[in-house]
Design a protein around this ligand. Structure first.
Ligand SMILES: [Zn+2]
Ligand SMILES: [Zn+2]
Length: 387
């Protein structure tokens, strides 16, 4: 843990904390495909070809590696609760962050939380196979959390030609949202079956099936909404005015657990739901910076100023997220849903107040940050999958 405290930034890879306990290595390669990560290689390889007249044999090697190899497989071999923040942005455009999404890989399960704009492509670039996703969970129905749902269902189907549709869990409203995306993608469904044939694109695998859970309005409410093997997903209510319902999720795997807050303001119930977790992935809005944007945009002929002011009532401050993590005894806090968008050199000012009151590991997550929590230990390891 000392490493992170010294550097105060997110280096390529790091580990931390607790007693050394060797975790049993299990193969997680089933989740992985090379194509996504390979695509990044293609871009680099393509540029070199034109600059250096690369021979065909070398170009062939680039394609072969792109299709067959993934560099991130090694991180998933350990038996751990793995959490990847595949989208760390929010509604405002951010050149470095796509819309919100987190992915959990644990045991034989791959679970996805929210489908923010651009997150499907970002997830594919990590090398994880979208066709391997067992279930998708939606926190609420703001567009920045659902707008990639159509694309996500499509990639889940077409990646390996699955025969079962995607299982999608959410609070009341999830059926309406899923139905809308299914309608929008009906024509494309037909094109793809016609083009590739039903053996490659089994019609039964298209789309998704909505599963509704209803927690009522009590912020203390929670419920187990999904269980498979050693993985348990608990939904809990959060306070995200004016949106009702809005939920967060806790995922338990063996002796490790993560809290994904979704969008929320501070409430004491968050501490209750986060109690004893190993990791909290928290929504965040720096109110001071948002206010600066509101004031800077006052003279502009658009809604930026009023929106920047309104959203302050709907999101937790970094220092409030730090209070929740501290009071709930959570040793690692990853800030996501970064509002307002900030360039790298403003990351420290963004988190300054939070760092002053929280002794655990605190950083702004990046698109592609992997946090691994090995079972039977207090350790954590952090790697960047997309940098
Ligand atoms: Zn929201
Ligand atoms: Zn949001």
């Amino acid at each position: 843990m000392t490493d992170e405290k010294r550097k105060n930034e997110a280096p390529e890879s790091k580990t931390g904390s607790g007693e050394e306990t060797a975790a049993k290595g299990l193969s997680r390669r089933d989740f992985l495909i090379g194509a996504g990560v390979g695509a990044a290689g293609l871009i680099v390889g393509g540029g070199l070809y034109y600059r250096n007249n690369m021979p065909d044999s070398a170009v062939e090697g680039v394609f072969s590696r792109a299709v067959n190899g993934g560099r991130n497989g090694k991180y998933f071999e350990e038996d751990a609760l793995h959490v990847i923040t595949t989208g760390t942005g929010a509604p405002l455009p951010d050149p470095n962050r796509v819309g919100p999404q987190a992915v959990v890989v644990a045991g034989d399960q791959m679970l996805v939380f929210d489908t923010g704009p651009g997150s499907t492509r970002q997830l594919a670039l990590t090398g994880l196979s979208i066709s391997s996703v067992n279930a998708l969970f939606l926190t609420h129905f703001h567009s920045d959390h659902i707008s990639d749902l159509g694309e996500f269902m499509l990639q889940h189907w077409t990646g390996t030609g699955v025969e079962e549709p995607l299982q999608i869990y959410g609070p009341p409203g999830v059926e309406e949202v899923v139905d809308g995306f299914l309608t929008a993608y009906q024509l494309d469904r037909g094109y793809r079956i016609d083009h590739h044939g039903p053996d490659t694109m089994p019609p039964s695998g298209f789309g998704g099936v909505a599963h509704t859970f209803d927690l009522g309005t009590d912020l203390m409410s929670s419920e187990v909404v999904y269980e498979a093997g050693d993985v348990q997903v608990i939904a809990f209510n959060v306070d995200h005015p004016p949106v009702v319902p809005a939920v967060g999720f806790r995922v338990n795997y063996k002796d490790r657990s993560v809290i994904i807050t979704g969008d929320t303001i501070y409430s004491d119930s968050l501490i209750h739901h986060a109690m004893g977790a190993d990791l909290m992935v928290s929504d965040s809005l720096n109110h001071k910076m948002s206010q600066m944007i509101a004031e800077a945009g006052e003279s502009m002929d658009n809604n930026l100023s009023s929106v920047a002011e309104d959203i302050q009532e709907s999101h937790i401050k970094p220092e409030e997220a730090a209070v929740v993590a501290r009071e709930a005894g959570v040793p690692v806090l990853m800030i996501t849903h970064v509002l307002p968008p900030v360039p790298d050199f403003l990351k420290r000012p963004f988190l300054r107040e939070a760092k002053a009151i929280y002794d655990g590991h605190l950083q702004m997550a990046n698109d592609g940050t992997l946090i691994s929590l090995p079972v039977n230990s207090y350790e954590y390891a952090i790697h960047e999958l997309l940098q």
